[in-house]
Design a protein around this ligand. Sequence first.
Ligand code: FE2
Length: 178
Amino acid sequence: MEKMEWGPELETGILEIDTQHKRIVHLVNQMQEARMRKDKDTVATVFTEVVDCILSHFTFEEALMEDARYRFLGPHRRVHELFAKKIPEFQARFEADEDISNELHTTLVRWLYNHVRGDDRGYVESVKKFLEDTKAHAQSPKAYKNNVQAAILEIQAQRQPGFLVRLKQAFFPDRNQS
Ligand SMILES: [Fe+2]
């Protein structure tokens, strides 16, 4: 089974999104390496990590699309939901000791390549414009802050401190955590 390679065709040009996508690719490869070593404990740990990472990423991406008023947010969210629905089945089969790692790997690789190169391309223009506009309004930040706060609260609600910290860093790169 092939290793996932990060390449320009997967780049969206949106720093935080690319960072999150790269992290998912890295974890998928790590899971595959553990599988090749027949290291089941590591497969289990990385599997949990990749699931958390993907679901947090979906939440982040949806918050950003919403703030950017992306007009295909609804269909994009449904694509995420369809994928998220497959996860409990994989988890149940994994916990029942079924060897699903090959199938899981194939599913993740296919899905990531198709989704990132296809669906995610759609929001790039709107999100980039939103990020440019918010940057432009950073000196008089009331509306800007409201938008950012909404995204932060949504992430916070998901109890993903790592993503919250990175989200804040993405929007407030020159400030300390507050
Ligand atoms: Fe997406």
